[in-house]
Write a protein that binds this ligand. Structure first.
Ligand SMILES: Nc1nc2c(ncn2[C@@H]2O[C@H](COP(=O)(O)OP(=O)(O)OP(=O)(O)O)[C@@H](O)[C@H]2O)c(=O)[nH]1
Ligand SMILES: [Mg+2]
Ligand SMILES: [Zn+2]
Length: 240
């Protein structure tokens, strides 16, 4: 899709499709997390893999900076080489929003992530809209699902789709032997391990495992890679 000043000029053949966000031709998936609700990093990692599988860029936006920076610091430590950019923002105070907006410029972006992290609040802040936002339930601290439709917001150079929050994701479109290619920080090593087709799970002389030991790859990201790999393997067993 080619857009200019909020007008769709041309609709191009579909080039990418995201099962989770149900959006075609998105060029950037902006995953939103926050200190509360507590981030589900397994979900984040699946979203990243799914986005890269669809050919989009990926940004990680840590919202609610006004309530603390520990989640942002964790992300800087563990995701700097795993996604294309990381932002610390607050929809409440407006901090960090300009930097995020300049990155979104020229992209067709989908905001994705758990319910109540503030996807709609950020969109309201960016576009000056007044869409309904979630009230974090005191009991579960999880929030009810507030956004139910996928609405596109346009402004100069910006096109953003809000999506409903969710709490689980099955990577149906990703094969186990393709998973490592969806880890940006693995790319210097993939294909160079001792065993051709190394899955980086139990094989000896594995460059990914070496990089985890030497700190080049986050051990948290790697241990979640192992869980996701196992989950996909299980699903493949039941399918074939
Ligand atoms: N302290 C603080 N609270 C925020 C911030 N951004 C959003 N919130 C609050 O977080 C709650 C959820 O915000 P929403 O924007 O509805 O979250 P959402 O991700 O769109 O939720 P769903 O539509 O259910 O997926 C609301 O109570 C907001 O007021 C922020 O920057 N700081
Ligand atoms: Mg919403
Ligand atoms: Zn390996």
């Amino acid at each position: 899709m080619v857009f200019d000043n909020g007008v769709i000029e041309k609709v191009e053949p579909r080039s990418s499709y995201y099962p989770r966000t149900n959006v075609a031709n998105v060029t950037l998936i902006n995953i939103v997390i926050a200190p509360l609700p507590e981030p589900d990093y397994l979900l984040v990692d699946k979203l990243i893999a799914e986005a890269y599988a669809g050919g989009a860029k990926v940004t990680l936006t840590v919202n609610k900076a006004d309530t603390g920076l520990s989640v942002f610091n964790y992300c800087k430590e563990n995701y700097s080489n795993a996604v294309d950019a990381i932002f610390s923002v607050s929809a409440e105070t407006g901090e960090g929003i300009d930097e995020l907006v300049s990155y979104l410029n020229g992209n067709f972006t989908a905001f994705a992530g758990q319910s109540a992290v503030g996807k709609t609040s950020l969109i309201n802040r960016i576009f000056g809209t007044d869409k309904a936002v979630n009230s974090l339930s005191e009991k579960t601290l999880r929030g009810r699902h507030t956004t139910t439709s996928r609405e596109i917001h346009f402004a100069d150079g910006l096109a953003v789709i809000d999506t409903p929050g969710f709490s689980s994701l099955e990577l149906t479109g990703v094969k186990s032997d393709e998973l490592d290619k969806l880890y940006k920080e693995f790319t210097p090593y993939v294909g160079k391990c001792y065993y051709i087709g190394c899955s980086h799970t139990a094989e000896p002389d594995c460059l990914i495992k070496d990089a985890v030991s030497s700190g080049g790859i986050s051990s948290d990201r790697y241990s979640r890679y192992l869980s996701i790999y196992k989950e996909i393997k299980e699903n493949e067993k039941h399918r074939y």
